[in-house]
Design a protein around this ligand. Structure first.
Ligand SMILES: [Mg+2]
Length: 322
């Protein structure tokens, strides 16, 4: 897009996404002007999706937009932040059809509606390809209360929200490598950023992140940053009913695939054992399952153990067993 076409697109399709947020100035100014609540710090996260790398060419444009917004919101959730709005920068190749662009904007609108979110600004440009989408999510958190990845200490519990592995299986459904399964596909296309949970974990979790690279890899990130070892129990890893069905005849190798998959967008966090009761109550209050899956120990790395305490080899990290 260039010239008049782009201005029209901004005015007719993108400007309504501001939903009248005063910071956006109807997308008619050079920049957004944002006022955080008194005593708050801004939390800013950016995420880039490239066609053919981060999503499939066959993915519906609405789903690409939803994943983009939701995965970015998940980064704010991991920091304990409340979203304020976002910027969207898109390089459209000339081969992208008007219908695809319309579908993408519909997906943005749908995701925004689910989280009362407004578009605050951004940029669109035509490019030689591939389609590249960058969202910048802006949130706020009370000063010095942001959840960080550093802070875990030996003796603490390791918790994870929701279930692990659904998105990885959903990707295989989208690729046609697994039979149709609406639940798994939904978990891949429309992950649930745990915003309320993240905000409730402020002052409770000692270290927190959202699982995007895979449970084991992300547990490894917490371990490395804190100079500790995360000991996870395979039997405790929460899996959904469809994932359990998939696991039935695959056993341990299947579980390794799920804990090494990615895009779960669940929160993985550490907390003192004294918080167990409070966390159980929090899970009930929010309607978000929280599962204690292991503990923080002296040492390094993240390991997975079977019921007899033997180490499970998760080293290859590949997702191959179909
Ligand atoms: Mg993250």
């Amino acid at each position: 897009m260039a010239g008049e076409g782009e201005f029209d697109f901004i005015r007719t399709r993108l400007a309504p996404l501001t939903r009248g947020h005063p910071a956006a100035l109807d997308l008619t100014d050079d920049a957004a002007v944002l006022t955080p609540a008194p005593g708050c710090q801004l939390v800013v996260a950016s995420d880039m999706l490239v066609a053919g790398v981060h999503f499939l060419d066959s993915d519906p444009p609405e789903a690409v937009a939803e994943r983009c917004v939701r995965s970015n919101l998940s980064d704010l959730a991991a920091m304990g932040a409340e979203p304020l709005g976002y910027l969207s920068s898109i390089a459209w190749p000339r081969t992208v059809s008007p219908a695809w662009r319309e579908g993408f904007v519909d997906g943005l609108a749908s995701a925004q509606g689910a989280f009362s979110l407004s578009l605050l600004g951004g940029d669109t440009t035509a490019g030689p390809g591939p389609l590249t989408i960058s969202l910048t999510m802006i949130g706020q958190v009370p000063a010095r209360a942001a959840l960080l990845r550093r802070g875990a200490r030996p003796g603490e519990d390791v918790w994870v929200s929701g279930s692990i592995g659904d998105a990885r299986l959903g990707l295989e459904v989208a690729r046609g490598a697994l039979p149709a399964d609406p639940y798994l596909l939904e978990r891949y296309y429309r992950p649930s950023p745990r915003l309320a949970l993240g905000q409730a974990l402020r002052g409770v979790a000692t270290a927190c992140l959202d699982v995007s690279d895979g449970l084991m890899a992300d547990a490894g990130h917490i371990a490395q940053l804190n100079g500790v070892r995360l000991e996870l129990q395979a039997a405790c890893v929460p899996v959904s009913a469809p994932a359990r069905t998939w696991l039935a005849d695959r056993g341990q190798a299947g579980l390794v695939n799920l804990v090494c998959g990615g895009d779960d967008y669940e929160l993985l966090f550490c907390a003192a054992p004294a918080q167990r009761e409070a966390l159980t109550a929090l899970a009930a209050r929010l309607g978000v399952p929280l599962t204690r899956i292991g503990e923080v120990a002296e040492g390094q790395g993240a390991v997975l153990r079977d019921e007899r305490g033997a180490l499970i080899d998760t080293g290859t990290g590949g997702f191959t067993h179909f």
